[in-house]
Design a protein around this ligand. Sequence first.
Ligand SMILES: [Zn+2]
Length: 163
Amino acid sequence: MTEDDERWMREAIRIARSKGSDPSTSPLGSVIVLDGRVIAAERNQTHELPDATAHAEMMAIRRGCEASGALELRGATLYSTLQPCGMCTMASIWSKVGRVVYGAGRADVHPMYFEARHVDTLSFIADAYRDDIVIEGGCLRAECAELYYPPDADLPEDEQANL
Ligand SMILES: [Zn+2]
């Protein structure tokens, strides 16, 4: 993890907060950087569109491919304020990003933000798809975790979007 990583993660946090920072709206931000330049910066937009697949990382990959005019984002780093879900991890593989850096991990936030059974993405990917993608967590972990409900939050059921 470098100072540049923290700089780009701050940008992802800023994007996450761009439509307010109510943790019930799952404020996730994702930034894709290629050759030292941001080519996409997106917040999750599942409710706005509405589109169940419009996670921040999915939206950033779509915008990144549009911006670069290429199907593949080789050499790019994808930053996300929260550990990417299985769908977004697979999207990272298909888009050929070289590196994924996330802030808060599964253990840092309430379970409502994740699938009930999260695949161990790293070993899954190495076995099944690619052994050259790097996934690193914990970049500005505390700042990112502040965007979300804490692990032990006592939430009413209708607040728990993913359960
Ligand atoms: Zn996702």
